[in-house]
Design a protein around this ligand. Sequence first.
Ligand code: SF4
Length: 75
Amino acid sequence: MNVSIDRANCTSCGTCWDACPAFFEENPDDAFSQVMEKFRLNGDIGKGTAPEDLEACVTDAADSCPVSIITVEES
Ligand code: SF4
């Protein structure tokens, strides 16, 4: 599953990394959400590939984002 975060519009609310801490984390510099390093796509902190066992929580995080900036699509 491919995941993308529109980081420019992140409000740093923390919902995604609370819902799915194995995949999302807070960037220490700008405080916005980013993909954990091991799941990043081409080193892009705003894009990643979720393994099957994390698809449910990543989808949960995307559905719970108050500004709907996490996009998921089947790969
Ligand atoms: S849930 Fe959305 S707005 Fe909140 S930290 Fe995550 S990406 Fe940013």
